[in-house]
Design a protein. Sequence first.
Length: 112
Amino acid sequence: MYYELLIRFAIGGAVIAGTTWIAETFDPKLGGIIATIPSATIVSLLIVGNAVGEKAAVAFAKGIVLGNIPWFAYIFAVILLTQRIGLVKSLAVGLLIWFLLVPVASRLSQFV
């Protein structure tokens, strides 16, 4: 179990370090595109599937799809508000919006 957790942290850290380096060195938009590489999702799905079965992995994947609803609202808030109120405040507003929409996504999970 601890081995799997270390793998998750290593992959997540490598992705974050790599994408921020690309954004700083080359192009922030390219870094953002690369940040969406599903490496953490792949590892998570493999671990969930191995631990509790493929049916659970499918449910996990459906949760990811539903989780994108609040995430899109969060990221759009950051995009739209950063130049008006600053990055830190727009992140806080976006996170608040995310927290408010998570129960909505959770309710929708009953239909998927």
